[in-house]
Each structure stands twice: as C-alpha cells, then as structure tokens.
Design a protein around this ligand. Sequence first.
Ligand code: COA
Length: 261
Amino acid sequence: MKYENIIVDTEEKIQIVTINRPSKLNALNQKTIEELSHAIDAAEASKDVSVVIITGKGEKAFVAGADISEFSSFSAEEGRLLSKNGHEKLFNRIDNLKTPVIAAVNGFALGGGLELAMAAHIRLFSENAKVGLPETSLGLIPGYGGTQRLAQIAGKGRAMQMILSAEMIDASTAFNFGIANAVLPLENLMEASKKQAEKIIKNSPMAVAKAIQCINANYSSEMNGLEHEVDTFGSCFDTSDFTEGVHAFLEKRNANFNNNH
Ligand code: COA
C-alpha cells in the first residue's frame, strides 16, 4: 500500500509510524485510519519489526482527534459504523497486537488521538503534550474506546471527570493519572521511545506477545485472566525461547531468542 498520510521507517527492529497531516494537526480521517491499520498489520507480520512507535508529525500535535469535517453530517447508523470500524481496524488491533506499540505523544492528543495513545501498550509524553476527550463538547461521546480504556488506565473517577468536563489536562497531570508512563522534553521524546523499545527487544518476542495477551485478558469479558495466565505460563515451557532464555542465564550470556511471536 502506498501511504499518503503516514510515514513508515524501520530501523534496528523498530518501526516508526509518523502520522503526517500537520496542517490538520494530524486529525484521523478514514484514509489515515486505513493506512495505520495496514502499517500495524505489516509490522506484526514482519520478522524485521519487534516494536512499533507511533508519533505525530510536527511539534504541535500527536493527533487532534477524529477528523470532524468527515462526520459532520453523519446519520446514527453511519456514526455507529464509524466507531465499529475504528475499533475493529485499528484501536482493538493495536491493543491486542503481538508486537508492542509505544505512543510517543508529542503535543495535542485529543479525542481519537488520546484513544489511539491509550490503545498503545506504553505512552511516553513530551512536556508540551495536552490530552483530553472533548467529545461531549461536540454532542458526542468518545467512540474509539475512550470510555473503556481511560477508565481502565486512569480509574473510573478520573475518566468520569475528564469525559464529562471535556477538559484537557497537561502532561504532568497525565503522568499523575497514570496515562503517561513518563514525561520528557520534546527533543528527547523519540530517543527515549527508542530506548524503551530497545529494552523490550532484548526479551523473547514470544513471551512479550503472550504477556500482552495475558494482561489484556483481565479486561476481556470472555476470558478469566488468572486462568489464562496459568495456561499461558505453562505453554511457555514448550518453547525454544524458554530453553534458550534459561540456558543463557545459567551460562551467564545474553539470550539469543527466536524472531517468532
Ligand atoms: N478534525 C478536523 N480538523 C481539525 C481537527 C479535527 N479534530 N483538529 C484540528 N483541525 C484542523 C483545524 O480545523 C485547522 O484547519 P484549517 O487551518 O484548515 O482551518 C487546523 O487543524 C489547525 O487547527 P486550529 O484549530 O486552527 O489550531 P489551534 O492551535 O487554534 O487549536 C486545538 C488547536 C487542538 C485546540 C483545536 O484544533 C481543536 O480543538 N481541535 C479539535 C479537537 C477535538 O475536538 N477533537 C475531538 C474530535 S472527536
């Protein structure tokens, strides 16, 4: 697929996906969602990618939300499909991807922008980041997972406060709320995101993928998280990565893991 609204660079097993509509503060139109979805699928399928970093072009915005101009005259059914397709194609896909995803939040992350960051597994913020779910100010509610993931990440009380007030919070408040894993000067954000990625890349991709699945099992109505952990823990013992990881430890050397999830 030829991308128009995103830039994809892969280096040292890290795929950097930059949303590239700075004149619209990187707002997510349908084409951008399609392209992101394609890039995420390609990352998971590639043996050359162990971590994905998503960021926004420019110094002002990560993503200023879903593209309001695209849905301004939608019917109820069109609105429902917009939300459903977004969940299926992108937001749930990222959340459940075997390849870890880091959001490098480099400015405004509003509405769908914060929802995109919250679907990622780890969020690093620049000091100038401002985030919020302003949908109620537009006569809407968050439709790309925000009502669920904000409550999971920051707690129900904070989700209620942020969504009902529609107000933005700054990066240090986001850190205090547990939304940002760390806050960095903007000029250090990508370097810190790559360092975070490198710490993950040292580990077994299989174990990393299983850990994501188990952590997410707690939020699934179909799975019992602890039971899933028991079975998944057991399944690790049958893998060559387990044999390699344990032997490497006992032989006091670095492990050389498979590229397989
Ligand atoms: N959808 C579509 N276009 C958007 C957008 C969005 N979510 N967010 C910003 N843009 C566009 C603006 O329309 C403007 O385009 P134009 O130059 O063609 O008029 C451009 O991006 C720059 O935005 P602007 O509002 O002029 O920048 P600002 O610095 O004055 O304000 C924000 C920045 C983020 C506070 C403001 O753009 C904003 O409130 N955006 C909408 C946020 C939102 O409600 N998101 C949730 C959507 S469900």
